[in-house]
Unconditional design. Structure first.
Length: 331
């Protein structure tokens, strides 16, 4: 439990840094790091996934919900958004005012009011740590809830989420059900990934809950800014629930930038990974806050089918993130 408490304290910052689709960063604060490769005159920028090495990890994916391919009608340009509430290793990169702290407290109280019938907002506390004065929290038995601006993180062993829970069971879990209501999701859809250790055994399962939509761009926004991420480690009874609550219609756009097309990105990636079979690639789009501080950049996430057999009956994929637009933004 103590180990996961430390993880939660890091997560409460990371959720504001990188939102839902960056949940590969769940185990440490990660600085932005990119690897640029020029292949066939295309500047491929591999977005590092921090603790997991050269921008790669091994997972299995249970759904194609929100994934794109050559036939998907994608915009020719993609917006880069301003991250108004960016965080660095020393804390927030914005002024923490009393009004802002009151808003964070109110947001946390709103979620807890949906979770507990007898909840009182007076139970929400401000951190006594001067280095974390921007954080509010609540503790109830084996459940800890921490909140920052536009994000809430829960660590709990009070609510059972098994390693093989169904989508229906997950959405019926009290922690997730309250989060769905908090985000006003009317048609929630679940995507599950399983991450493996180097020896091929299961390390953790991640469930992403978003509003169902057939629009590829809106789906990218939802999975990045307005979603629920549930993380369950294989060797622990604890569960981590992260709520990213950035209203997509209120995002502050910096500018629109030409997009690297799906076909060009895939062709260049094939040169980078010469043994890759494009027929076995899954692709999604998400926004990252770690490419350049203070901004959200769109990225392709390629799931490249791995030919190595695992104990799982699901296909196994190597994950590679590629920047979708030019990463240089003039302030």
């Amino acid at each position: 439990m103590k180990k996961l408490i430390g993880i939660l304290l890091s997560l409460v910052i990371l959720i504001s840094l990188s939102a839902c689709a960056n949940n590969e960063q769940e185990k440490s604060n990660i600085a932005a790091k990119n690897t640029d490769k020029v292949i066939d005159n295309i500047n491929i920028q591999i977005v590092s996934q921090g603790t997991l090495g050269e921008g790669e990890r091994i997972v299995s994916v249970d759904s194609d919900v929100g994934f794109v391919d050559r036939e998907t009608d994608l915009p020719k340009t993609f917006p880069v958004y301003v991250n108004d509430y960016a965080y660095g290793h020393e804390g927030p990169l914005y002024d923490v005012t009393d009004a802002l702290k009151a808003t964070i407290s109110q947001n946390l109280s709103s979620y807890l009011g949906l979770l507990y019938d007898d909840f009182s907002s007076q139970k929400v506390k401000y951190s006594s740590d001067s280095s974390r004065e921007y954080e509010v929290y609540y503790v109830n038995n084996a459940t800890e809830v921490h909140s920052l601006m536009n994000s809430i993180s829960v660590l709990s062993s009070d609510y059972d989420i098994s390693n093989h829970i169904t989508d229906e069971e997950l959405l019926g879990n009290a922690l997730v059900k309250a989060a769905v209501s908090y985000l006003n999701l009317t048609d929630p859809v679940v995507t599950q990934t399983v991450e493996y250790k180097t020896d091929g055994t299961e390390e953790l399962r991640t469930y992403i809950v978003t509003e169902k939509t057939s629009d590829a761009f809106q789906n990218a926004l939802n999975r990045s800014f307005s979603c629920i991420t549930v993380t369950k480690y294989a060797d622990s009874s604890d569960v981590i629930v992260q709520i990213s609550d950035v209203a997509t219609e209120c995002l502050s756009k910096h500018a629109d930038y030409p997009a690297l097309s799906y076909s060009d990105a895939l062709a260049a990636l094939t040169s980078y990974y010469p043994n890759m079979e494009t027929a076995n690639v899954k692709t999604e789009i998400y926004y990252s806050a770690t490419v350049q501080p203070g901004y959200f950049f769109p990225c392709y996430r390629f799931y490249i089918k791995d030919g190595v057999a695992t104990r799982s009956t699901n296909d196994r994929y190597t994950v590679v993130d590629v920047l979708l637009t030019d990463k240089s933004v003039d302030d």
